[in-house]
Design a protein. Structure first.
Length: 283
């Protein structure tokens, strides 16, 4: 009876989820198989041309750019976020609450405003260049904007809190008795971290990497504003095809490709966490 009640209570959620997610996905998938005329109007004629164009070397380069940006964003946020999460988890309760509040503070501000903040910092007449010129370090402003690295800085800044929170939850749940046992057996801090802490926080790392990787594929406004469109990513390409290229079927095909890429990452995350759970159960 309890299971039946739980299933009945889940029906409204499933219906709502299907309406908000399932229906748009079906629409995008169906649209990706349609054609368009010379004016950009959709023609209800089945075709595989859109998917054939996805595998064009020029467009494959866009996929590689997006994949590289997402991977580097995940790695950089991990390198920066893991120490922050580890230190935060080991603070006393009062300081920990303050630290978590400061970590989440950027979410209180619009991501678009934060992106413009980076433009103010990195522009030719921005804070950094003006400061370096005033100090006599450089004679003329440095070209800091409109590069792949600038887009990477923007995505890392936007998504860093996701990595910190994911790793923090994993570190916070560590069994401290295992660390104490390691110290009692003569292991140092570095050895304890490599043999105990790091392996046990792999699910948090995998979760944080997933939370960072997926949105990094679609933050097109960051690369538009900070990268200046010099490097094309999937999000930028899809936005351009819809708004200016008037080629929604091709944009839908690229969207399906992005969804497949995201599903691959989720599958990998599921496998990592499942394997780790299995190891914990049999130890």
């Amino acid at each position: 009876m309890k299971t039946l009640k739980q299933n009945l209570l889940a029906i409204p959620i499933l219906v709502w989820f299907g309406f908000l997610v399932g229906v748009p996905l079906i629409f995008v998938l169906a649209l990706s198989f349609l054609s368009r005329d010379h004016l950009g109007n959709i023609v209800y004629q089945f075709t595989l041309e859109n998917y054939q164009r996805v595998f064009d070397p020029i467009y494959l380069r866009v996929f590689l750019n997006s994949l590289l940006l997402a991977l580097l964003t995940g790695l950089v946020t991990l390198v920066i976020g893991y120490p922050v999460a580890y230190i935060t988890a080991n603070l006393d309760a009062k300081r920990r609450t303050l630290a978590i509040g400061l970590i989440m503070l950027p979410f209180w501000i619009s991501s678009l405003l934060r992106t413009y903040g980076w433009m103010i910092l990195l522009g030719k007449t921005g804070v950094i260049n003006n400061l370096l010129v005033a100090l006599g370090v450089i004679a003329e402003p440095l070209p800091l904007m409109y590069k792949f690295g600038t887009s990477l800085v923007g995505t890392v800044y936007m998504l860093l809190p996701f990595m910190i929170v994911a790793v923090y939850n994993s570190v916070d749940k560590l069994d401290r008795s295992l660390l104490e046992a390691s110290y009692d057996l003569g292991a140092g801090k570095v050895q304890t971290f490599m043999k105990i802490t790091l392996p046990l926080t792999v699910p948090g790392i995998a979760g944080g990497f997933t939370l960072v990787f997926i949105p990094a594929l679609g933050l097109y406004f960051v690369s538009d504003l900070l990268g200046g469109g010099n490097t094309i990513f999937l999000g930028n390409l899809i936005n351009t095809l819809v708004t200016r290229g008037r080629n929604r079927p091709l944009a839908a095909a690229f969207s399906v490709g992005m969804i497949v890429l995201v599903l691959a990452v989720l599958s990998l995350y599921s496998r990592v966490t499942k394997d780790r759970l299995g190891e914990d159960l049999f130890q």
